[in-house]
Every structure is written in structure tokens, then in C-alpha cells.
Design a protein around this ligand. Structure first.
Ligand code: GLN
Length: 488
């Protein structure tokens, strides 16, 4: 079987046993990339030269003394808002087009310590703001299942790269759904860990109370495997939590779901939900029941308000986080300006794209003296209600199941003129970030047109094991994750 067909866990096993060399793996992947990348456009930067050099050095070293760590030699892609030392990190923005970070994000440092191989940096919506990767300053990525459709966003490049087998697995960032929504559109697995489980040091901040880094993979075992390597406390990120990291692979072993209570929130099955998606998700719920889980209807009454709350809080935090891009400290600087004020203004005018500007304006408005209480203060109060809804639900059930997205992938350009429509594609993922919970999206069906459909499982804070276990049991009793797009 071609190397690019293997899952991370399978590839790792072969590599560990010495059956395949790091250079063979890296070459196989760059060959695959050269075939499909012109159609998919998942990458902003490819690091072929350094990857091959690194792989050669690794093979040489291992010849003398074969000792590998879990990700040694594994070919990964990383979303381009996560800092990689010496490798461009653009956030798909003109503002950071030439930015080369002098340090690694903690997640990347952890991968590097295991001698992983970086294949490249993947495309995203500018500064992770969007749901389709169409907001990238370098042009959109495509959905490998249908190149006329978007791969979702913001981590659309990573999801497309995993689906098109251009990397064995990838990292993405999720502020309101940017791991799970593109995973759902591309028919792969996306896991947003609990807020605080994985360090965000070196992730270019969008909305700091919501941002989280997590894996995008081909199946649930791979997600557990990759999470294991990036999870844990980091003194460099004061929001990361000092709690021991459980053995996620071990958690997958228990296949039957007896004693697991699964809640189905009625608010997630209302108008706006595509009938094919509803049908596939209801079938998945049926399968979870067959596996022994007890299914209960639950309520999350504040769901309605989640989109509004998210777009007040996320834009407020973004307006403050993005203030640093002023032409002085980072990245792009406008030319021929007469004074400092004009330098700031022209730099931001020319460096940021329209969606980022829209968010900065919205955020500045909701934080302004006259409107702070009415918007920002109110949003924080409603955010608390969203959290309380989840807490109450988790008194009754262990896992909550919902559709990952209201519809399958949409066509390129279909929603670009209507930001509100675009915002609604994260309807089912946003509230999870507001509450800081872990959640996974995984395939549960296909539309007749061939586009994948995903279900979302949400867990209690720091209970990734439970979410992974339920997801894995479901996945293993179905065949959805084995279907691959026909792209060559
Ligand atoms: N699509 C949402 C937004 O535009 C979420 C983005 C994200 O999770 N980074 O804000």
C-alpha cells in the first residue's frame, strides 16, 4: 500500500519497527503533494528541502541507535497561525507575509522534541477569522471531495491536506469551530481540546478566551495519538492547566458504551439544519444506542444566543489582540507615510483584509465607553448562561451529541457576500468554545452528491478520554472514515 494511505498510528508502527525509512516517508508525501496540491491548494508554505534534510539526518542517526519517540519521522502539516521557528508563519495575511518567527509555539516545540517532520504550513482564513478559507490573502483552499466547494475554515488548509492525504495528520486552531467545521466539510476527524489542556503559547492570538490548538486526523485513534503529544501544562501559557495528562490511547480500548449517557439537545435539531445532515446524525445516534449508550433528550436553552455572544466576545478580543500589528512591532509596514499616525493607519489599511477589518471595527465598537455595558457586558453575562446550560446538562449525561455543521460544504463564493450566512455555519460549534469544553467532529455519512457529513460529540471539561472513547466506538462500528476522496 502507498505510504500516504496509512494512518498516523499505522505509519508510526511501521517506522518504529524499522520497516520504512524517514526519507521514504517524506519523499512519498512530497510526491503526493506534487500530484494533488495544484487542485487542493492546502499549503501556504512547503518545507520540502528542510524536511528531506531532516529525514536523511534522522535515518542516519537511527541506523546507529534505533530509538524513536511516538512522532519521530511522522510527516505533519501545521496551520499557518502557529509559530514555527525559522519557517514563515503568515496567518494567511499580508500583514505577516514575510514574518519568520524566532521561536516555536509550545505545541511545535513538543513535536520537534520528538523529531517529527514538518511538511509545510497550511492555509487558513486571515488570522483564523472565517469559515471557508476564502478570507486568506493567498487565495482559497479547495475541498478534496469537490474542488468547487470550500474546505471550511478557518483551518481549512489543514483539513484539506489531511483529507487529500498530503500529510498524515495536522494541527489546527479552533476559536469558534475552526478545527471541527473544516474537519466536517472534509470528512476527517477534528478535535478541539478543553480550554487549558493544550498550550497556546506561540499561537497567534485571535480571541484569547476561546482559542485552542488541536489535531486534525484521519481517524479517532490518530486524534488521540496526536493529542497525547501536545497536551499538558506549559508555564509559558498562564491559561494552560496543571493537570496530569491521561493515556488517551488506552481510553479507546473499551468498545462498549454501556453506562454511558448521551444527551441529544433539542435546540440543535431545528430549522436551518439540512435534512441529509439530520438524517445522518440521527442514524449515528441510533448506532451509539446499539453500542449500549443510553440516549436522552436534553435542553441547552441558551443555544440561540451563542452566535450573537460569540461575535461580540470574539471581535472584542480580536480588536485588542490585533492592535499590535501597527507597522512598528511586527510584519508589514506601509511606505511613504508622513507621520506616525499615518503609518499606523496606512499599514492597517493595506495589511489587513476586509473580514479582519470588519472584526476590528465591530470589536472596537462593542468595547467603546458608551456601548460596553450594552454589548460586551451583556455578552459576558449570556456566556455564563451558556456555560450553566452545559453544566446542568452534564449533571444528567456524560456526552452530548449534535450535528457538527448545519449543512455540508458549500460552494466557493456562495457565502462571501453575506457575512451573516457565513457566521451561521459555526452555529453548532461556537457554544463549545464559549464554555471551554472538549469536542470532536467525525464522519457519519455522505450526501448523495458525495460530500461528507460529520457528527459532533461534546464532553465535560478535561474529559477528552470519554469523548474519544465514544467517538472511537462509533467509528469502529461504521465504515465512513474509510472512504476517501477520488482526487489524484
Ligand atoms: N468561523 C468562526 C469565526 O469566523 C470561528 C473561527 C475560528 O474558530 N478560528 O470566527
Amino acid at each position: 500500500m502507498s505510504l500516504h494511505k496509512l494512518t498516523l498510528v499505522e505509519l508510526q508502527k511501521q517506522f518504529k519497527a524499522g520497516e520504512v525509512a524517514a526519507t521514504e516517508i517524506a519523499r512519498a508525501y512530497f510526491l503526493r503533494i506534487s500530484h494533488v496540491e495544484p487542485k487542493v491548494k492546502a499549503f501556504v508554505t512547503q518545507t520540502k528541502e528542510s524536511a528531506l534534510l531532516q529525514a536523511e539526518a534522522l535515518d542516519k542517526k537511527l541506523k546507529e541507535w534505533r530509538k524513536t519517540k511516538p512522532l519521530t519521522g511522522m510527516p505533519l502539516a501545521i496551520t499557518d497561525n502557529i509559530c514555527t521557528e525559522g519557517v514563515h508563519t503568515t496567518c494567511s495575511s499580508r500583514m505577516l507575509q514575510n514574518f519568520i518567527p524566532p521561536y516555536d509555539a509550545t505545541t511545535v516545540a513538543k513535536l520537534r522534541a520528538q523529531e517529527y517532520i514538518l511538511l509545510g504550513k497550511t492555509n487558513l482564513d486571515e488570522f483564523a477569522m472565517g469559515s471557508s478559507t476564502e478570507n486568506s490573502a493567498f487565495g482559497p483552499s479547495r475541498n478534496p471531495w469537490n474542488v468547487h466547494c470550500v474546505p471550511g475554515g478557518s483551518s481549512g488548509g489543514s483539513a484539506a491536506a489531511v483529507a487529500a492525504e498530503e500529510c498524515v495528520a495536522a494541527l489546527g486552531s479552533d476559536t469558534g469551530g475552526s478545527i471541527r467545521q473544516p474537519a466536517a466539510f472534509c470528512g476527517v476527524v477534528g478535535l478541539k481540546p478543553t480550554y487549558g489542556r493544550v498550550s497556546r503559547y506561540g499561537l497567534v492570538a485571535f480571541a484569547s478566551s476561546l482559542d485552542q490548538i488541536g489535531p486534525i486526523t484521519r481517524d479517532v485513534s490518530d486524534a488521540a495519538f496526536l493529542l497525547q503529544s501536545i497536551a499538558g501544562h506549559d508555564p509559558m501559557d498562564s491559561t494552560s492547566v496543571d493537570r496530569s495528562v491521561p493515556d488517551y490511547m488506552k481510553a479507546l480500548q473499551k468498545r462498549d458504551l454501556k453506562a454511558l449517557k448521551i444527551g441529544v439537545p433539542v435546540e440543535f435539531f431545528t430549522e436551518g439544519l439540512d435534512p441529509d445532515v439530520e438524517q445522518a446524525v440521527r442514524a449515528a445516534i441510533g448506532e451509539l444506542k446499539n453500542l449500549g449508550a443510553e440516549i436522552r433528550e436534553i435542553r441547552l436553552p441558551s443555544t440561540d444566543a451563542a452566535v450573537a455572544v460569540y461575535y461580540v466576545i470574539a471581535t472584542a478580543e480580536a480588536s485588542s489582540n490585533l492592535a499590535r500589528f501597527d507597522g512598528v512591532k511586527f510584519g508589514f509596514r506601509a511606505k511613504e507615510t508622513k507621520d506616525l499616525l499615518e503609518l499606523y493607519m496606512k499599514t492597517r489599511q493595506e495589511g489587513f483584509g476586509p473580514e479582519v477589518k470588519r472584526r476590528i471595527m465591530l470589536g472596537t465598537y462593542v468595547l467603546s465607553a458608551g456601548y460596553y455595558d450594552a454589548y460586551y457586558g451583556k455578552a459576558q453575562a449570556v456566556r455564563t448562561m451558556v456555560c450553566q446550560d452545559f453544566s446542568a446538562a452534564f449533571q444528567e449525561v456524560d456526552v452530548i451529541v449534535t450535528p457538527a455543521t448545519p449543512t455540508p460544504a458549500f460552494k466557493l463564493g456562495e457565502k462571501s457576500e453575506d457575512p451573516l450566512q457565513m457566521y451561521l455555519s459555526d452555529l453548532f460549534t461556537l457554544s463549545v468554545n464559549l464554555a471551554g469544553l472538549p469536542a470532536i467532529a467525525l464522519p457519519c455519512g455522505f450526501r448523495k452528491t458525495g460530500l461528507p457529513i460529520c457528527v459532533q460529540l461534546i464532553g465535560r471539561a478535561f474529559e477528552e478520554e470519554t469523548v474519544l472513547r465514544a467517538a472511537h466506538a462509533y467509528e469502529q462500528s461504521t465504515q465512513w472514515h474509510l472512504k476517501k476522496p477520488m482526487i489524484r
